[in-house]
Ligand binder design. Structure first.
Ligand SMILES: [Zn+2]
Length: 443
């Protein structure tokens, strides 16, 4: 009887430890709440905290069924600490070595139960004080579960659940920095960082960003049983920089490669990053940029200075080969990378080098050093130079000479349009709402 109930329960509830009637009920309430966003300009916050969410109809969960009698699992959750093994968790649970052998007997070569990571959760599920299930939480959506039948045989299975995915929009106006505007819009740091990465080849978030720049971003939120689990992908965004609009549409092509493209299917991945460092660490410098709207080049030393704290990672601006790494006069610690088309980039005043030595090939975004104050400087900053055929150039003004960004092939365009059009339309709708709100509040 016990086995039958358990099997029924497993069919209805792949993760027995996580359900409760209350959770199911609140899930329904939440779904209704999200599915019926309040509409109309009067309710749209002009600073645009996240608002209006639409469920992906394909992923909307079915109405919950009344549940059969619940097996009385007692669940004890252990968190894997440094040095822990499954064996030490068993000891903490006062289980024996024989128990461990029985549970893991059929584990197989991949050892999904025994190979634990620090921070991971492991659930011990007891029925009448007898261990009947062991679940290793790989992700909230994937558990490896060992379960015993009545005869004490243990079997292991991978249980997967699909998250309930909701799509939300957020928008904001830059007042002092992208991070502050993003935070004001209710976005978590990692999503703002992701947005900065998506636009990292198109907009220099230090020198090109302006007060009054705006963004709208469409992103996923993933739930399980009505409980928010994590933010998902950015599906689309529009960034309006100095009145110029930059769309970003997430698209996975028929080969399975995912990237971000503008409305015409041109990749936002360009040959060079606009600012070769994590701009998060320099956002405090925004005021300086605002005072000098066309900054970028300081003639005195032919390069762009990015003030940032010592230790800030410096990225290779593009794919290339390290041709110099060492001390050089007023540059202090310098890395020089040679790229194709006669282009060379230099990174000076570094406190430390990355792991790429002279002759190493580097890919865009790899850490080639860390901001410092070596050489002739008054404070820590990155001095960045961009040279074409030995001549210093402002990377922003020579875009035409750079290798052309990848455009989706004609064979992908119809499929791309199917993805892009509704996303762009929904962003436009959001924008109109926000503009109406601005007008009604008289801003
Ligand atoms: Zn400089």
């Amino acid at each position: 009887m016990h086995a039958l109930i358990k099997r029924l329960d497993r069919l209805c509830h792949p993760f027995p430890g996580t359900h409760a009637l209350g959770v199911a009920a609140s899930a329904v309430a939440l779904i209704i709440g999200l599915a019926w966003p309040t509409e109309g300009p009067a309710t749209v916050n002009q600073n645009a905290a996240t608002h209006s969410a639409l469920p992906l109809n394909t992923l909307t969960p079915e109405p919950r069924q009344p549940k059969p009698a619940e097996p009385a699992f007692r669940v004890v959750r252990e968190t894997v600490k440094s040095g822990d093994t499954l064996s030490s968790l068993f000891q903490r649970q006062a289980l024996t070595a024989q128990d461990l052998i029985r549970v893991t007997a059929n584990e197989g070569k991949k050892r999904p139960l025994s190979l634990l990571k620090v921070g991971q959760s492991v659930e011990f599920r007891y029925a009448d004080d007898v261990l009947v299930e062991l679940a290793v939480v790989q992700t909230p959506f994937h558990h490896t579960v060992a379960a015993s039948d009545e005869s004490g045989q243990w079997t292991i299975e991978e249980r997967h659940r699909d998250p309930e995915v909701y799509i939300e929009h957020a928008s904001g106006v830059i007042d002092s920095s992208l991070f502050l505007a993003g935070a004001k819009a209710g976005l978590p740091d990692n999503l703002i960082m992701e947005m900065a990465n998506i636009y990292g080849n198109v907009i220099d978030f230090v020198y090109e960003i302006r007060q009054g720049d705006r963004f709208i971003v469409t992103f996923e939120k993933r739930y399980l049983d009505g409980e928010f689990i994590e933010y998902g992908n950015i599906l689309a965004a529009e960034f309006i920089n100095n009145k110029e609009s930059f769309f970003a549409i997430r698209y996975t092509d028929s080969e399975g490669d995912t990237g971000y493209f503008d409305g015409q299917g041109v990749s936002l991945r360009k040959a060079f990053l606009r600012a070769p460092l994590n701009f998060r660490r320099i956002s405090s410098n925004f005021n300086l940029a605002r005072k000098h709207p066309v900054l970028g080049i300081t003639r005195a030393h032919r390069g762009t200075d990015y003030a940032a704290s010592t230790g800030t990672p410096v990225y290779a601006a593009g794919d290339g080969k390290v041709v110099f790494r060492g001390k050089k006069g007023w540059y202090g610690n310098l890395v020089t990378i040679r790229h194709g088309n006669g282009i060379e980039t230099r990174y000076a005043h570094l406190s430390k080098f990355g792991r790429y030595g002279v002759g190493s090939r580097v890919k865009q975004g790899q850490v080639i050093g860390y901001v410092g104050a070596t050489g002739l400087v008054t404070g820590p900053h990155l001095h960045y130079e961009f040279l074409v055929n030995g001549v210093h150039r402002n990377p922003r003004t020579i875009l035409d000479k750079l290798p052309k960004a990848k455009t989706l092939p004609a064979t992908e365009m119809a499929r791309f349009a199917q993805v892009a059009e509704p996303l762009i339309a929904s962003i436009e709708a959001q924008k109109n709402n926000a503009e109406l709100a601005l007008q009604t509040t008289g801003r």
